[in-house]
Design a protein around this ligand. Structure first.
Ligand code: 5GP
Length: 191
């Protein structure tokens, strides 16, 4: 998606050589027009695929998922929670996810109320690095006996192994709006 690639080049910042900061349009401040265009692009790429619900993970996936849902006929969006809370049903699906950016494992949870057997679910997230976040969400959909019809990613770091992990988990449809082939020497290159 050219608009997104241009934005990454103009506004993205590289940290520690392997983390891309996109705080001013995706991870902190939100560029609503760009998010809307991303939603339209996901809808174009998954056209013809039946999608009952979108599943993402808090916090950065939410804006992407909500804007995309507008282009999928306002399907419901469910976001996995990262923190334990009294207000979350005790009866939740859970999966442990190793965080690439935080370098620690956290647990994601979705109430059993919001995923039901047989649902066709599109998993969306902001970044794909090693694939643990996406695979945690896939695991949760399967615990609920739903079907993951695809994974949509805003920015894929193609030089990491995330896509392979998702494919090994049995999901063949992975659509990324921008794929980075390298971020070496402070330079961003696209696949
Ligand atoms: P994975 O689980 O695929 O290793 O990492 C995906 C998650 O880590 C995403 O949900 C995202 O929050 C975070 N992440 C991984 N790499 C980056 C990066 O380069 N920049 C930012 N902003 N987040 C990242």
């Amino acid at each position: 998606m050219q608009l997104l690639k241009d934005k990454i080049l103009s506004d993205g910042r590289l940290l520690d050589g392997y983390v891309l900061k996109v705080d001013n349009f995706l991870n902190h401040q939100l560029d609503v027009a760009l998010l809307d265009a991303m939603g339209a692009e996901f809808a174009r790429r998954f056209a013809g695929v039946k999608i009952d619900k979108i599943l993402t993970v808090e916090a950065s996936g939410i804006a992407v998922a909500v804007m995309a849902a507008r282009h999928f006929g306002n399907v419901p969006v469910v976001f996995a929670k990262k923190t334990e809370s009294l207000t979350l049903d005790q009866d939740a699906y859970e999966s442990d996810v190793y965080s690439f950016t935080k370098q620690k494992t956290y647990r994601v949870r979705v109430s059993r109320r919001y995923l039901v057997p047989g649902e066709k679910v599109l998993v969306l997230d902001d970044f794909l690095a090693n694939g643990h976040a996406a695979c945690g969400l896939i695991d949760i959909v399967r615990q609920a006996q739903g079907e993951v019809v695809g994974v949509g990613i805003v920015i894929e770091k193609g030089f990491q192994s995330g896509r392979k992990l998702i494919e090994e988990a049995g999901v063949s449809r992975v659509e990324s709006l921008a794929i980075l082939s390298s971020i070496a020497d402070g330079k961003i290159a696209f696949a």
